[in-house]
Design a protein around this ligand. Sequence first.
Ligand code: URP
Ligand code: ZN
Ligand code: ZN
Ligand code: ZN
Length: 476
Amino acid sequence: HAFELVIRNALVATASDTFMSDIGINNGVIEQMGRRLGPGRREIDAAGRTVTPGGIDSHCHLDQPMAPPTKMADDFDTGTRAAACGGTTMVIPFACQFKGQSLKAAVADYHQRANGKAHVDYAFHLIVSDPTPEVLNNELPELIAQGYSSFKIYMTYDDLKLNDGEILSILDCAKQHNALVMVHAENSDCIEWLTRKLEAAGKTAPRFHAQSRPMLVEREATHRAIALSELIDVPILLVHISGREAVEQIRWARGHGLNIFAETCPQYLFLTADDLGIDDSYLGAKCVCSPPPRDKGNQSVIWDALAEGLFTVFSSDHAPFKYDSPQGKKPDGKEVDFKYIPNGIPGIETRMPLLYSEGVLKGRITLNKFVELTSTNAAKAYGVHPRKGTIAIGADADLVIWDHKPVEIKNSMLHHEPDYTPYEGMELLAWPGITISAGEVVWDGTNFYPRKGQGRFIQCDAPTLLPRRVTASQRD
Ligand code: URP
Ligand code: ZN
Ligand code: ZN
Ligand code: ZN
């Protein structure tokens, strides 16, 4: 029989190997690999081009309700459209519990937001902001069993933050039920204290956001999260690591045999605190995110740590707000003090090309490391491997064929809703030439081919980055 689609002469890259193969696809799944496969109803000649697994953006925020007037600019339609055009074929945004809300109600709300809208497959991490006994004893265990095997917790932000005791209870629950906890590590009290000092001195421009959350604030919380993880004896994944001192904590933990995973994001490779402003201009609000971008030296530390294998995943932390909007970076149309600027920057479409061009093509990381960081490890950490995250017989046909060509990033060519990109004017050496989601071309380098509503909710199983926990008696 003929394949629905055959990709010929691909240089296929996985997290472990690079090899020449055709890829035969049927029913959205890779059915056969080898040389000289039979005919396809559609064929793509990838001779001379590299094919990688579609990206998994395992940290992005889509259509997350915010306190008025703030509203995220991307929903599951526009967010997954931008993802697809940037080579990402699965997103794992958050279903965020607000305090007082049942976790299951939060999950139901987010399914409504996603249902019928997504162009690529998706799953959810939970955000636990209110770990009541009901949540810890009933809702979390049930939700984990239903395919929500990861949850994010916050050590800062008034409406989300947990104290150390609450964190311990959540880590214990994750240990009992084989889930992975993602930790946003910044010391809340230090940030509050510094913010008050800056305000009292009239230092309220966007650039002071960076001074209100210096590296030590992240270092201390990173260290504390590691200690809490050690106390419970359960792995954690530290999200959006920004620079040297946090990297040092992670390296120390690894050196002591602790299972600490870590994530970093494009903003810590390509932006610095100067992008928040070198004067009091409000334009710096575009790059206000937490933790803030640091400096060139810290960028190098992050690059080295990526190459060395200290990081598990590379995600966007896409948090889409328009700059010139009362719902975005100018709440109610006003240039506000830094502490009221919605945190986060857009980056779901630029994540893959930035790391491919500046990492792989500029010789900072290998092609296989790129695959591991942008796809394979996320699939393993969040329990969707080997269906996702690799190119293999039986895996979903989620693929990117890369075009090596100069591209100048302009917001006008991107497919997200925000009215800016922090990377405007950057010259890259490559861009996704074709993105294939479940066997269908969704982006061909010029055009986006909507598959609205065809993106499926994917249930996540337990993480497989580590051997499954079994007791000695189970082993014998
Ligand atoms: O500034 C950021 N990163 N906003 C998004 C929320 C988060 O903490 O990841
Ligand atoms: Zn239980
Ligand atoms: Zn965070
Ligand atoms: Zn985030």
